[in-house]
Write a protein that binds this ligand. Sequence first.
Ligand SMILES: [Zn+2]
Length: 339
Amino acid sequence: MKTGVSYFHTRDPEHAGRDLDDMLDHGCNFVVHCFSELDMAFYNQAMEKIIRMTKDRDMEVYIDPWGLGGIFSGEAFSRFISMHLDTRQIDSEEVSMPAACPNHPKFREFQKKWINLVSDMGADVCFWDEPHFYTNFRDRNSWGKKWSCRCNICKRLYQEKFKSEMPIELTEEVQLFRQQSVLDFLEDICKESKRLKMRNCVCVLPDEGGKLSLAAGTNKWDDIVRIPTVDIFGTDPYWILFKREIDDYVRSACRRVIDLCDQHKKEAQAWALAFLIPDGREEEVGQAIDIIYETGIKNIAAWGYKACHFIDITCHNPEKVWDIIGKAFNKVRDLDQRN
Ligand SMILES: [Zn+2]
């Protein structure tokens, strides 16, 4: 049974040591360390120490390219896209978007540099968090209307594949092209991390087949799970963010993950929401962890440590949420050991 949290709270190893001990007390046996472009530029030594300290405590190290190139999710900004303007995605209205194109060789080279760095630091698993074509998550009305990417590289690749000019409309062919681009990108980077003896975990946005996954280009989960170098596959059914009823929403997303993972002999993972929890709904986080466990998923994570207690996406009562997570993690681990 694996239980873990994401961690991005400090680069001070002394402080991180106390937090790692606190995670152990709260039933964690893995940590998803966020390693952003800022870390690549200034915190390599500190992160190497923090990763070593995590492993010294017998916790597994997942590492997350937090917001890298604007292609992965996370609260970190990308410097790469401001230094390499030619790599940015171009949307269907010819506007340059704040994200690198996953088809751009320069970005792929940068991503591989990141993989080599985290491998040298001793990471066990690369956690590819919500890879997506640029999507304005805050503007639901834009999903599926404006889309990326129509950069010159994408246009050329589309022409080669479909023997016609890339349209401005989000046609079925364009959707297929976008999905295949995300797949090709994932295959390329997962191959590199595998070469360096790390495992790969892919987490996709929820609502397979819905507007959001369509906007992201991760509409068909099956194609991602079947990538030979993908070891762990999951999703993050954040019921409060999507205004959905917890039981049905979390359970059906987890069942879909389990079915696909069983089919392709992969490990299943699911995330419990532990940020932006309003007052009075704290117990739902424990309920989500229970539901995930009940569906048979044995790799459960929560975003993030201490219910993100000091970032603006925190919960109304982070201490209470963190306490509930600790109890729920310890409970499912006990249950699992007994079964
Ligand atoms: Zn492009």
